[in-house]
Design a protein around this ligand. Structure first.
Ligand code: BES
Ligand code: ZN
Length: 561
């Protein structure tokens, strides 16, 4: 039972969707129809999830009723079924403020000349642009026909078949995705490529040149890639996430275009979801760690294969540090892997706990049984549960049967914090940086000429109450072009009251919509009365450019508009 859906898939289970959509940029709505095909009904009703949809008609049905709107869940659409019927067709349009859509003005795009639309369905936003059974426990195949203005082609996370799109493998609703804008395409390999607006396309193709090598790396570990093509789509900077693993077509923030491939862990991550998440899917949002914890573990295995052990170790240590930092600010109940989400928006469960604590558990199992046995286990896990949605209990049952381990699994999953005996990551390269950090703090000069992004991040995070003016004078951090380094520096500047960086803080918050960056910076600003005033002023300017999901997060930090 999924507490975040009104659907009753135990009674009627939708199997296939046919979408026929018009993208109307001038009105900021999608208008069209969806035909839902289901197992022949003995039931009298089909209940769908919706949020802020206008339902114009339901064809081949015995009436319909839109229920009351719940702030988290939206409104149930109850459709009367005629005896023996196996499909209905819903005609509808979306609301301009739909939570799963972002409509961008030309000024918010790289090209500045055309509008842009993209969807973000995870966790429960598909219902704001398609009436459907919006639970990851239901999987559907689908076809899509999408009309857009000339010059603004649509792409869907599916196989392109001439005029329309087709997804022949059953996917959960949160993986249904669409974008439209002035997009170009570059080939990366036979099965990989990248879409982006023309000002970014060459940079994107260079940044993602190792994509095919990454696909091969996962395939060598966990079996063939089962989704046909693997393409990337670079979105405008207001995209609220680093990336989104839409099948066949990862959506990505442009903030990872660093020029030196230093932030492509995100590609490894979204690609890894093609196994953990898209192939084997969390059945409810409380089981989210099955998606993200496994994916972070796989991501690091890809990094190790493609970029070497040292890089993997650095990423693992950085992730471990971020987990501790984030966990310190969370209530005990949210420091568990199996999340208590009843009555809450599942987006609220999206902390680093399912990611990094989940990955740490898998690393710990790997250490217990050895890499060879754990790899064989994971490969059989993906085969065994392929194209299924499973719960934490399903995973535990399979693990106990196939790979008994002497670890306190219940404690790992249901108790707060990191249990003793975890496989803690180490990085020798970081040891050297820590020595550099100590020397620098004693006033000595250090040679940072060959430092990677990961070394910089570790260095900055290791300094306590540093001389910010000296840091900026020596390393020009306010001018950093790398989004992660800049974000870390701006955080420190806000914390330390370093005024010369304040204009950059404002500029960053007004041009980037990636929620991870926004959340930390606004949180830091809100810690002092002065900062609160600046946060409110900046947010008043920036809010309209943020995605509805990011707006919701920052509203709760800074106070709504
Ligand atoms: N599937 C997530 C993004 C997501 C999670 C969207 C929950 C909505 C609700 C994606 O795979 C992800 O984890 N993105 C991370 C990047 C990753 C490298 C940790 C992000 O956006 O920061
Ligand atoms: Zn993920």
């Amino acid at each position: 039972m999924d507490v975040h859906s009104y659907a009753r898939p135990d009674r009627v289970r939708v199997r296939h969707l046919e979408l026929d959509l018009d993208v109307r940029f001038e009105r900021k709505i999608i208008e069209g129809s969806v035909t839902l095909r289901f197992d022949a009904a003995t039931e009298a009703e089909l209940v769908l999830d919706t949020r802020d949809l206008e339902i114009h008609a339901v064809e081949n049905a015995a009436g319909f009723e839109l229920g009351a709107r719940d702030p988290v869940l939206g409104a149930p659409l109850t459709i009367g079924l005629k005896p023996g019927c196996s499909w209905v067709k819903v005609r509808y349009s979306t609301a301009p403020g739909a939570s799963g859509l972002q409509w961008l003005e030309p000024a918010q795009t790289a090209g500045k000349r055309h509008p842009f639309l993209y969807t973000q369905s995870q966790a429960i936003h598909a219902r704001s642009w398609i009436p459907l059974q919006d639970t990851p426990s239901v999987r559907v195949t689908f076809e899509g026909r999408v009309r857009t203005p000339a010059g603004l082609p649509a792409v869907m996370a599916a196989e392109r078949a001439g005029e329309h799109f087709r997804m022949e493998r059953p996917v959960p609703s949160y993986l249904i995705a669409l974008a439209a804008g002035a997009l170009e395409f570059r080939t990366l390999s036979d099965r990989c490529g990248v879409f982006a607006e023309s000002p970014l396309i060459e940079r994107a193709a260079r940044e993602f040149a190792d994509t095919e090598a990454m696909v091969r790396a996962v395939e060598s570990l966990y079996g063939p890639y089962r989704w046909g093509r693997y393409d990337l789509l670079v979105l405008p900077p207001s995209f609220p996430f680093g990336g989104m693993e839409n099948p066949c077509l990862t959506f990505a923030t442009p903030t990872i275009l660093a020029g030196d491939k230093s932030l492509v862990a995100l590609v490894a991550h979204e690609l890894a979801h093609s196994w953990s998440g898209n192939l084997v899917t969390n059945a409810t949002w409380s089981d989210f760690w099955l998606n993200e914890g496994f994916t972070v573990y796989l991501e690091r295995r890809i990094l190790e294969k493609v970029y070497g052990r040292e890089r993997e170790e650095m990423e693992a240590v950085l992730g471990r540090g971020e987990l501790d930092r984030e966990m310190a600010g969370l209530p005990e109940g949210d420091r568990v892997l199996h999340l208590p989400l009843e009555g809450r928006d599942p987006d609220d469960g999206c902390t680093l706990v399912p990611y990094e604590k989940g990955a740490l558990l898998l690393r710990t199992i790997e250490r217990e049984v050895g890499r060879e046995r754990f790899d064989a286990f994971l490969r059989s896990y993906f085969d065994h549960f392929a194209f299924q949605s499973i719960t934490t209990a399903d995973f535990l049952g399979y693990l106990r049967r196939e790979l008994p381990v002497g670890l306190p699994l219940e404690e790992w999953i249901y108790q707060p914090g990191v249990p003793g005996g975890a496989a803690e990551p180490h990085s020798d390269a970081f040891r050297l940086i820590e020595a550099d950090a100590a020397r620098w703090q004693q006033g000595q000069a250090i040679d940072t000429g060959a430092w990677s992004t990961q070394l910089w991040l570790h260095f900055l995070r290791k300094l306590d109450t540093p001389d910010l003016a000296r840091l900026d004078r020596e390393f020009h951090l306010t001018e950093a072009g790398n989004s992660e380094i800049l974000h870390q520096w701006l955080l420190m500047s806000v914390r330390g009251g370093y005024q010369p960086a304040f204009p950059k803080v404002e500029q960053f918050l007004c041009s980037v919509g990636r929620r991870k960056f926004l959340k930390q910076l606004y949180t830091e600003l809100m810690k002092t009365p002065d900062g609160q005033e600046r946060a409110r002023r900046i947010y008043a300017r920036a809010r309209a450019g943020y995605h509805p999901i990011a707006q919701a997060t920052i509203d709760s930090l800074v106070g709504g508009q």
